[in-house]
Design a protein. Structure first.
Length: 266
């Protein structure tokens, strides 16, 4: 089956979509049974030794191509703000993404320098992404992101209004990262006609809670990359501070699963 249609169909029932940051992590996650994958801009940027937002469009698309080719699973790309403020720039980015093996992509309504885009411009940017994707016989699944809660503006009414406008502009999936409670997720879902992606948060609702609140898709964002980085930091500190290697004994429990995953997809 066409991967883009397969990805679109997945949204009929709730599923978890984890975010690998390189080919190895993509293959490990695929081997564990997840039905689809998504890239993480922060995880990829960190892997290059940079903070989030410091990756070029060319680097991001090359990375997306690698992740898409790493496993047989559908992959949705985190394309940040589409690498440009203007709708025409967003359209160009989505057109380029459509030439890869990606199944979908997300576009944010925020840029580091510009901040949150005015609603009218944000809607035009989503519309441009949708129109660009529909130039392909099998369009990318477009996820439109409202960044309010992630960027210090926890305005639920504005978030709902923006997501509704992105829905009308043709977005296939809607996403408001950092909704912190089940009640917030439930309130957003009640006002939309498209699948909602929810993000896991430290101390936030569980995956089961998010599904019960109506989320169709739950992603991990940078959480898995952060967990891997934390394991590295803790192991290195153990070596430096106590000179022991208990971390290695603990980690050996996953060696077999990792080896199996890499052999399956190599």
């Amino acid at each position: 089956m066409d991967l883009r249609q397969r990805f679109r169909d997945l949204h009929a029932t709730p599923f978890v979509i984890p975010n690998p940051w390189d080919v190895g992590s993509a293959r490990i996650l695929a081997s564990l049974g997840f039905p689809a994958l998504a890239t993480t801009s922060a995880g990829f940027a960190n892997a290059l030794g940079r903070p989030d937002g410091r990756v070029t469009r060319e680097e991001a698309l090359a990375h997306c191509r690698q992740i898409a080719e790493a496993t047989p699973l559908p992959v949705s790309a985190d394309l940040e703000n589409g690498f440009g403020d203007a709708p025409e720039q967003v359209a160009e980015t989505v057109a380029l993404a459509s030439r890869t093996g990606l199944a979908g992509c997300s576009i944010e309504d925020y840029a580091q320098e510009a901040g949150l885009y005015p609603k009218e411009l944000a809607v035009e940017r989503v519309r441009a992404a949708v129109e660009a994707s529909r130039q392909d016989p099998s369009p990318l699944v477009i996820t439109a992101r409202c960044e309010n809660f992630l960027r210090g503006k926890p305005d639920l009414a504005d978030t709902i209004a923006r997501l509704q406008a992105y829905q009308e502009a043709g977005a296939d999936v809607l996403y408001a990262p950092a909704l912190a409670t089940v009640e917030q997720v439930r309130s957003v879902v009640a006002e939309l006609d498209r699948p909602l992606n929810a993000l896991i948060l430290p101390g936030g609702p569980t995956v089961r809670d998010l599904f019960a609140a109506g989320a169709a898709r739950v992603s991990t964002g940078s959480a898995l990359a952060v967990a891997a980085q934390d394991a590295l930091v803790q192991a290195a500190r153990e070596l430096l501070e106590s000179g022991t290697q208990e971390f290695f004994a603990r980690a050996r429990g996953s060696v077999g699963a990792v080896r199996e995953a890499l052999c399956v997809y190599s």
